[in-house]
Design a binder for this molecule. Structure first.
Ligand code: NAP
Length: 311
């Protein structure tokens, strides 16, 4: 184990992502001290039982005191409230980052509260599972996954390099892009698949002429893969939908058009069109396997929630 990168890291939110960070920080010795804050006493107690950090708080402002790195891992809709609460206690020179699945909204919510001298670098590790809470995390969640930063125009390059180094030590590959682009890319590779999954599982559950027992019994025919996505945390995904609505609606409009074309091909018995599309999409799948981002990759096979964007 080499020299710790930080003296004190504060983790605000200790669910799947926060607790995975706690575990990898401990495993790799990335910080001398890890301070943990979460909203509820129950979750805090569980984090303590799991020995995820060194000090524990329900007040996030106490956790961030003297922290060199603060990582906010809460549902994106809570970003403003957390930023407002911690802002007065942030140490000058500290790096403040987040892991939220939408970026433009998080920047809009947090930036107004960030004090002068604190380096705010929005981030998003493209790694996850359908599980939530402190028990769900694991140290290798971020291995071979992309972590995207969406820096602000005045972001200090040295702070960005330091944060990139931290995520590299967690096993991630780094990409940098602007927030609007991130939100569009993620709308198609992550947000839409989840929305489609939520919708198809809801539809199947609502059918009159197919019983729920049959849906469960024959799920392996394809439905099962959707149910894993549709089991994802309702609060997180409600917030993602509400905070990336523009990009999601744009992608949904495009998706609906393409679905209508597919519907027409089926109605008119246009086998060539169906064959052509299905052959093309098989190629897309092959490219994902070649990029090492397929469902059989080490952690992706078990979870596979968020995928690597194409460059
Ligand atoms: P999670 O397991 O549900 O944990 C959420 C944490 O946030 C808990 O510690 C929870 O505290 C706290 N929290 C919830 N509501 C809050 C509020 N209103 N104010 C303050 N704290 C609150 O969630 P997660 O999966 O780790 O997701 C955290 C963030 O990571 C989200 O922004 C999500 O978009 C992003 N992300 C998720 C994934 C994924 O696949 N899960 C992947 C990449 C990024 P209590 O339990 O004490 O209430």
């Amino acid at each position: 184990m080499s020299e710790p990168m930080f003296d004190r890291i504060a983790l605000i939110g200790i669910g799947l992502i926060g607790s995975s960070l706690a575990r990898v920080i401990a495993a790799k010795g990335l910080s001398r001290h890890v301070a943990i804050a979460t909203r509820s006493v129950e979750t805090l107690r569980r984090a303590e039982e799991l020995q995820l950090g060194h000090s524990y708080y329900t007040d996030p402002a106490e956790a961030v005191q003297n922290a060199d790195l603060v990582i906010v891992s809460v549902p994106v809709g809570s970003s403003a409230a957390v930023a407002e609460a911690i802002a007065p206690a942030l140490k000058p020179g500290a790096i403040l980052t987040d892991v939220g699945s939408t970026k433009a909204s998080v920047i809009a919510q947090m930036s107004p509260f960030v004090p002068e001298g604190v380096h705010f670098i929005p981030g998003h590790p493209l790694a996850g599972t359908e599980k939530s809470g402190p028990d769900a995390g694991f140290a290798d969640l971020f291995v071979n996954r992309w972590c995207i930063f969406t820096p602000l125009p005045d972001t200090d390059p040295a702070a960005l390099e330091k944060l990139s180094g931290f995520w590299r030590r967690c096993g991630s590959n780094i990409d940098v892009m602007d927030a609007a682009h991130h939100d569009k890319v993620l709308a198609i590779v992550s947000h839409l698949p989840h929305i489609i999954a939520y919708n198809i599982v809801g539809t199947a559950d609502d059918l009159q002429n197919v019983s729920k027992t049959e849906v469960i019994k024959y799920a392996a025919s394809g439905f099962r893969d959707f149910t894993r996505l549709a089991a994802s945390d309702p609060t997180m995904w409600r917030d993602v939908c509400l905070h990336n609505s523009e990009a999601i609606l744009e992608m949904l409009a495009r998706f609906s058009e393409d679905l209508a074309a597919l519907q027409r091909a089926i109605r008119w018995g246009d086998g060539d069109k169906l064959f052509e599309l299905f052959t093309h999409t098989r190629g897309v799948r092959r490219s994902i396997i070649e990029a090492g981002q397929d469902v059989d990759a080490p952690d992706f096979g078990r979870h596979g929630i968020e995928q690597q964007p194409s460059k």
